[in-house]
Design a protein. Structure first.
Length: 307
């Protein structure tokens, strides 16, 4: 066990560690008070709701900390200290971190999931702002096809990489999860701009084939290491891209004025562009824009990404 001087740790990392420990401490104290107080059912329900909210906040803060490069050993340590009733101390000991290569891998998973969420928000906003009934250009169709391939590739790389470094199903679920409020914020960011040029530019950028190419190269390394391939079962990978698209669009539909005929038309058009079965295995299909005919088909994602 080493005792690094907190002043030698980046300030943003110290703030995240303090928050994790503080949230764990607060949650633990509420839990203890609930059991010791013997309150009525209504009081207990309120306490449980608050504890759950604190734990969700801590889970998300831990994800942010990993993405910011905070060693997992430090995160585990401050969480445990908080749960045991110890407040943050500037001189509290922290364990030796694992090699940097492993931490970089966690950062890649977090970055892939964050990019995937942003792609979903941009794609949803683009479809929502597109004039209904306008003919689909060859460029739009090409971007649509490649964007779905890119989403499939990032989703696969994030899940396979998370599995290869031992992230638990619970940790992956927290990383992938997006609350309706977050979808509203993400999509609303792109819908709120007066100029749609930035949105359209970002949408086209996410249709760059280089995104899937880079992901396939990484998957090739995992395949050679025995972590990916047609004979390797898929890990528990939450929030498939079609589900993310449906949830993001549902948020946009909720933001629309229910009495607006124009919004009703846009909502129907966007729904027509989304996958029909969110429970089905994700395949890199081309889900057409409003006004196109039928679905172009691509190989199943598991075979498409083996090379």
């Amino acid at each position: 066990m080493t005792e690094p001087n907190p002043r030698e740790i980046p300030g943003d990392q110290i703030a995240l560690l303090q928050r994790i420990q503080g949230l764990a401490l607060h949650s633990g104290r509420l839990l203890q008070a609930m059991y010791e107080g013997g309150g009525d059912a209504r009081t207990s329900m309120r306490a449980i709701a608050e504890i759950n909210a604190l734990d969700r906040d801590r889970d998300l803060t831990e994800i942010k900390a990993r993405a910011a490069g905070v060693p997992a050993e430090w995160i585990d340590r401050v969480r445990t200290l908080g749960q045991r009733g110890h407040p943050w101390r500037a001189d509290q000991p922290l364990p030796d971190p694992a090699p940097r290569g492993w931490r970089r891998t966690i950062r890649r998973v977090a970055d892939d999931v964050e990019q995937l969420k942003d792609m979903v928000a941009v794609h949803t906003a683009y479809l929502h702002t597109r004039p209904v009934g306008e003919p689909v250009s060859p460029m739009e169709q090409a971007v649509m096809q490649q964007l779905h391939r890119n989403m499939a590739a990032l989703w696969m790389r994030a899940g396979r990489t998370a599995e290869s470094i031992g992230m638990s199903a619970g940790e992956r679920a927290v990383l992938w999860k997006v609350a309706p409020e977050e979808w509203a914020q993400r999509v609303g960011h792109y819908l709120g701009g007066e100029d749609l040029g930035e949105l359209h530019t970002r949408w086209r950028r996410y249709g760059d084939a280089a995104i899937a190419t880079a992901a396939r190269k990484s998957l090739g390394k995992l395949r050679r290491a025995g972590e990916h391939g047609p004979d390797i079962p898929l890990p528990d990978m939450p929030m498939r891209p079609p589900q993310m698209l449906h949830e993001a669009h549902a948020t946009v539909a909720d933001l629309d004025s229910p009495g607006s005929a124009e919004n009703t038309v846009i909502t129907a058009a966007v729904e027509a562009a989304l996958p029909e079965d969110v429970a089905a295995d994700w395949s890199a299909q081309d889900y057409p824009l409003p006004g196109t005919s039928g679905h172009g088909s691509e190989p199943h994602v598991n075979s498409e990404l083996e090379s």
